[in-house]
Design a protein around this ligand. Structure first.
Ligand code: TRP
Length: 379
């Protein structure tokens, strides 16, 4: 294992840079992260105060059921458990893999509406955008000095995204966005990031940046590192697929969006792919499409998917779809009602965002000033 040239390795960090990101993907490391996440959950239940969460989304489209079951529900749960939460609407991340920003203003406001509609409470959760917090973005500069290009090129998420964009040459922003994302986490000294397993390399990048900053620039303030090393809160949420049995995504036309009305939802679900066996059974490997609909029904109602399958019995695809449509529409009805009220009041959504931005700026300014002190850049 070679040491990255030009970077100082402190004696108490035998886990040399080159291995950091690879290590995060190993089975043993995943097991450790799982165990640690359970321990953190227990600590939160006893006392949530030592924790601060940072999480976020790119404003590239409307949030859908996949987001709801995958992350939104979990955010609301953690907020209700009393953990301070910040949510970044990652507008600068939109242009990592595309030329334009699209209808960004509408999308940002729509995201704010989605967040509030699902139950994020703006008095407990800070919602802000990248573009409104200059000091956060400035952190990217010193952080870039702490990473190497080969390390970024090896980042599994960067690789996957570069592949997904086909032959498009990799932009500097795509290559370095894990560092920008590290700034999202570190600017507010979040110590907890709820992630799925595929996002672990990002978190590891943030941990590496935090440690290297400490090694390189020391502890100007109060003798402690400027940045804590954030930990993953691994979420094991089962992910639901779209109505065609592939990954739920707006661009595939297979997504049930939070903003859709009940009729559109019914129409989409009626077109869902099933199979020719009339007896409905829970069989995720043998009957993935049928089982996905059962899973959506189960997640919507809190019931066991096997029990729902038994109840539908010989009702076939039609019976299954009728059940799912009702379950989803019932789950989403109150969310959609709140959402409708929210979008009719753009002024309110903008107020929430500007309050969040003001708070994020106050935090970011303080952190950046500590960074400047640590680096001796105080004139
Ligand atoms: N990359 C995340 C996404 O694509 C959004 C995001 C930006 C984020 N910054 C973050 C997530 C920091 C967690 C932590 O949805």
């Amino acid at each position: 294992m070679s040491r990255t040239e030009g970077l100082t390795v402190s004696s108490e960090s035998p886990d040399v840079f080159e291995s950091d990101l690879a290590e995060s993907a190993s089975d043993a490391s995943l097991e450790r992260t799982r165990a640690r996440s359970l321990e953190i959950e227990r600590q939160i239940a006893t006392d949530p105060r030592p924790f601060r969460i940072l999480t976020g989304d790119r404003p590239t489209g409307n949030l859908h059921l996949g987001h709801y079951f995958g992350t939104l529900q979990n955010r609301v749960r953690l907020q209700r458990a009393g953990v301070e939460t910040l949510v970044v609407i990652a507008d600068y991340q939109v242009i990592t893999d595309r030329d334009g920003v699209g209808p960004i203003r509408e999308r940002v406001l729509s995201l704010v509406a989605d967040y509030l509609a699902v139950g994020l409470d703006p008095s407990a959760t800070t919602i802000f955008t990248h573009s409104a917090v200059p000091a956060l973005n400035e952190l990217v500069l010193p952080f870039l000095a702490l990473v190497t290009d080969s390390e970024l090129r090896r980042n599994p998420t960067v690789k996957a995204e570069a592949e997904a964009t086909g032959n498009r040459p990799m932009s500097g922003l795509l290559l370095t966005y894990p560092v920008h994302q590290a700034a999202d986490i570190l600017f507010c000294r979040a110590n907890l990031v709820p992630v799925g397993k595929d996002q672990l390399p990002h978190l590891e990048q943030a941990r590496v940046v935090a440690r290297r900053f400490d090694e390189r620039f020391g502890r100007a303030v109060a003798g402690h590192p400027v940045f804590p090393r954030p930990e993953a809160l691994l979420s094991e949420a089962t992910s639901v697929l779209g109505t065609d049995g592939t990954k739920m995504s707006k661009s595939r036309g297979n997504a049930i969006e939070l903003s859709m009305d009940a009729d559109t939802t019914a129409r989409l679900l009626k077109k869902a792919v099933t199979d020719s066996n009339r007896t409905i059974t829970w069989d995720p490997t043998g009957r993935p499409e049928v089982s996905n609909l059962l899973l959506i029904a189960a997640m919507s109602t809190g019931r066991d998917p096997r029990e729902i399958a038994d109840e539908i019995g010989d009702g076939g695809g039609g019976g299954l779809k009728r059940y799912v449509i009702e379950a989803v529409n019932e789950l989403l009805a109150p969310i959609r009602k709140r959402r409708e009220d929210l979008v009719s009041d753009e002024g309110y959504l903008r107020t929430i965002l500007s309050r969040g931005n003001a708070r994020a700026n106050a935090i970011a300014d303080e952190t950046l000033s500590e960074v400047h002190s640590a680096m001796g850049m105080t004139y």
